[in-house]
Design a binder for this molecule. Structure first.
Ligand SMILES: NC(=O)c1ccc[n+]([C@@H]2O[C@H](COP(=O)([O-])OP(=O)(O)OC[C@H]3O[C@@H](n4cnc5c(N)ncnc54)[C@H](O)[C@@H]3O)[C@@H](O)[C@H]2O)c1
Length: 320
């Protein structure tokens, strides 16, 4: 094993692990299938470079025992992706993000220290910033006032990773993701719309008034960006906003584009207010200048990413 990936049965891991295997890494994936699934592992279990263990990483005991069979094997780096990805679920029950977003990070660091693993790549989120209106947010913008327990526990995760870097890590990349779209989708606005249209092809009920505007990145670009940053000489703790260069698209645009592909002619029914749910950030602008200065640009802008993802997710859900 050269690389450990937590959250290995999830959406982002599905593409990341394929890329790691393609570059010759031997990957050990861990997941408890709480949000991901065995089906999302796809062909990976047949790949000679891939092994998988089912484990609840919020329990240090379960984490350790999953690694029991790999005791003598040096692990070069960890990609920590396991987290709760359902923001409303974490708002409804505060325990969800403490357990799946924070404790999985805490335990990942404990295991890394025990085993002397010094390189960590972490999937943080734009949710750590909170609501700053139209202001463009760079990596050093603040104050950091998350609106959801999910964002709060990602911010707490960044904080404890920073402390671990002072103690024993050589490299900690804190990647702040925007909304990431594509297949195999496990959550997100497009999957939600497609599933709603599957049950009712005439009306698409949209949460909020549709004016929420955010940046979207296609999964293929996200994974490229992370591997690009990894290939550079990065400081011990490096925060990188990953995203497109445009200011994003509105939920109304996404609804219209989805209807066109999944159920042409369906009517759009909007809710009220500019938030889809408690903890939703209505408008969000990201500065990705740092990544651009390093020399990386996404292939797709927000609208391009949304369009490609709609086709992929309709196919996934057998609607196209
Ligand atoms: N997709 C996005 O738009 C987005 C945006 C910002 C940040 N992120 C972050 O990227 C990472 C990957 O997200 P994703 O979209 O692939 O979500 P996902 O839900 O598809 O994947 C997360 C995986 O973690 C696993 N997991 C959760 N709790 C666990 C636990 N206690 N023990 C073991 N496994 C556990 C889930 O089963 C799931 O397979 C997450 O950390 C997420 O917070 C994603």
């Amino acid at each position: 094993v050269s690389v450990l990936v937590t959250g290995a049965a999830g959406f982002v891991a599905a593409t990341l692990i394929d890329r790691l295997l393609a570059r010759g890494d031997r990957v050990l994936g861990l997941d408890n299938f709480s949000r991901g699934s065995r089906a999302l592992l796809g062909d990976k279990p047949r790949h000679p470079g891939f092994t998988f263990e089912e484990a609840d990483l919020s329990s240090l005991e379960s984490f350790r025992s999953a690694l029991g069979a790999y005791q003598g094997e040096p692990i070069r780096e960890v990609w920590h992706l396991a987290a709760n990805s359902d923001i409303p679920a974490g708002v409804a029950d505060m325990n969800v993000d403490l357990r799946d977003t924070f404790m999985t990070t805490f335990n990942t660091l404990s295991i890394m220290e025990e085993r002397g693993i010094k390189r960590l790549y972490f999937s943080s989120s734009s949710a750590i910033y909170g609501d700053h209106g139209e202001r463009s947010l760079a990596e050093d913008s603040g104050p950091l006032l998350p609106l959801s327990n999910y964002g709060a526990m990602k911010l707490a995760s960044e904080a404890i990773i920073s402390a671990a870097a002072e103690k024993f890590l050589e490299t900690a990349a804190l990647f702040r993701f925007p909304n990431v779209v594509g297949a195999p989708a496990t959550h997100g606005v497009i999957l939600d719309f497609v599933r709603r249209l599957k049950t009712d092809r005439r009306v698409l009920q949209v949460l909020g008034n549709g004016s929420q505007k955010k940046a979207y990145l296609h999964i293929s670009d996200l994974v490229e960006a992370m591997l690009f940053v990894q290939s550079r000489q990065i400081p011990r703790v490096d925060i990188v906003n990953i995203g497109p260069t445009d200011s994003g698209v509105t939920v109304r645009q996404i609804a219209e584009e989805t209807v066109q592909v999944a159920a042409p002619g369906a009517e759009l029914a909007f809710g009220t207010g500019d938030r889809g749910w408690v903890g939703d950030v209505p408008r969000f602008r990201y500065s990705t200048d740092k990544l651009q200065k390093l020399g990386w640009q996404p292939k797709l802008d927000s609208l391009g990413a949304i369009r490609r993802a709609i086709h992929e997710i309709c196919k996934q859900e057998c609607l196209a």
